[in-house]
Design a protein around this ligand. Sequence first.
Ligand code: KIV
Ligand code: NA
Length: 277
Amino acid sequence: MSKITTQKLRRMKEEGEKISMVTAYDYPTSVLANRAGIDVVLVGDSLAMTILGEENTVSIGMKEMVYHIKPVVKGAPDALVVGDMPFGSYQISKKKAVKNAVQLMKKGGCDAVKLEGGAEMAEVVKAIVDAGIPVMGHIGLTPQTVSKLGGFKVQGKSVEAAEVLLKDALKLQEAGAWGLVLEAIPEEVGKLITKKSDIPTIGIGAGRYCDGQVLVFHDMFGLFQRFVPKFVKQYGQLGDQVVDGLETFKKEIQEGRFPASQHKFSGVEEEELTHLY
Ligand code: KIV
Ligand code: NA
């Protein structure tokens, strides 16, 4: 498989070939996603919740993102690896935004960055793109501003709100974004934005008509059990499987059934050690 590029993803949109994207925060997950031929691997700031146990994604910083992007890049040589810009890394000034996007690319090694927000972020997107960095937008439910949105709620639920989202999408496209994540919006709005934009739309809770779909790995495989959003499909129950395994492990230790003879090392006979007892 040859390396996925943003140009290839754009061709996929034009040819109606659907795009697959999944999160990974570490090397083993990234290797699995690459083996499965997933097109885009996202080092999402959702890792704040799924693996660091935070309430939301607000607290995560640049250092943590770089730390997690590095092993994902090593594990997925064929996928396009996108690194999330953390909250606070692109809101203060265009200059700081460019500097931080450069850091994610240089220190993390990702192929592109993603940031949240609509028309208000267009200038920032343009500045980062002008610096030579592919940028993905993210509109609809934007978890970094969950406090402003009043919770993890579906967005774009009125004609007016849908129109704003469409304008946001087109502004981001005009600013040079190569693609858009559409999160938690009505299917009809996802369809409209997908139709009206030239760049690929990747939906998460945005219905069936987006150019591609993304899910959070830990949601897909039952590894994050605090809550499961409506838009998630679970493709496995690894969490339950691991708990079963650990319970068996504990029981076998208690009953003296683990380790068994095939797990032991030999090298000296017990009789030879008698004088040491
Ligand atoms: O951080 C993340 O996992 C994301 C996806 C939900 C798109 O931004
Ligand atoms: Na994110």
